[in-house]
Each structure stands twice: as C-alpha cells, then as structure tokens.
Design a protein around this ligand. Structure first.
Ligand code: ZN
Length: 156
C-alpha cells in the first residue's frame, strides 16, 4: 500500500464526472488499498477516487466501524433532513454548514464485485452523500451556507 497525494480544491480533477468501473482489476484493488491508507493517514471519514486523481466511481467511508468500499454506487433512497458542519480532505482547514438528508440507502459493488446495500443515518448518511457528490464533481462548499476556518472540526 502507498499513500497518494490528495488533490485539493481548484484542481479540475475534482470537478469532473467520474466514469463507472468496469472490471475490478488488480489495479483497482491497489487503488482501493491506497485510498484507505490515504484516508486513514489524513484522519478522514471518507475519500473518493477523484480526490487521489482517479476519475472512477469509487469511494470509501469509515466513520469508525471499518471501511465501507463502494464501487459504482447508486443512491436508492434519501429522507429526512440534518444540518451540520462538514469538511473535506480536498478543502483543507475549512468547514461549512451543509443540509443533507438524514437517511440514505445506497447500493453498489464491494471490492469483490458483490452487490451490497448500505443504510445510514446522521454522520454515515452525511458521509455517503458527501462522497457520492465527489463522483459527480460536486464539493460540499457548493452547498454550504458559508465556509469558515475549521480549527474545531474534524475533516471528512
Ligand atoms: Zn470530500
């Protein structure tokens, strides 16, 4: 495994719509391992492939219960509303208040290529929505009321 550089805001890579993954090759497995390591090193609760410069529909979320890898994710249901401070490894040192759905049901492939469905509320639901947005070139700062210095908030 290896750490990868995290692409930061201002780089076009973060604004592109990512392509679906076809075959889950060894190269994709290495990418996933590297994304997990990079996310852990940066103490993030999620990371999407474009954040390490790869325009593929893959993200990882880990809110403390171990990494959830989702390939070609698709949001099936969203409901309710929550509002909280959010950050992003690609927007270092900043945070902003973002309204999100409080519940998300999402499907995708795990790293073995099995179809999986996850449900989440609160932080997990927020992380799914945040990472999913990255795959469509959307950053939380597009949705935040205002973006402030993040000294007191964990980055996502
Ligand atoms: Zn992010």
């Amino acid at each position: 495994m290896a750490l990868r550089n995290i692409v930061t805001e201002g780089d076009d890579t973060l604004r592109k719509v990512c392509r679906p993954v076809g075959e889950i090759t060894d190269r994709i497995q290495v990418l996933i391992d590297d994304m997990i390591e990079t996310m852990n090193e940066a103490q993030g609760v999620g990371i999407a492939a474009p954040q390490v410069g790869v325009l593929r529909r893959i993200f990882i979320v880990d809110i403390g219960d171990g990494p959830i890898v989702l390939i070609n994710p698709e949001i099936l249901e969203m409901s309710g509303e929550q509002e909280d401070m959010e950050g992003c490894l690609s927007v270092p040192g900043k945070a902003g208040n973002v309204k999100r759905a409080n519940y998300v049901k999402i499907k995708g492939l795990d790293r073995e290529g099995n179809e999986v469905i996850h449900e989440g509320t609160e932080l997990l639901a927020r992380a799914f929505q945040h990472e999913y947005d990255h795959l469509d070139g959307i950053l939380y700062i597009d949705k935040a009321d205002e973006v402030v210095d993040a000294e007191y908030y964990d980055e996502e």
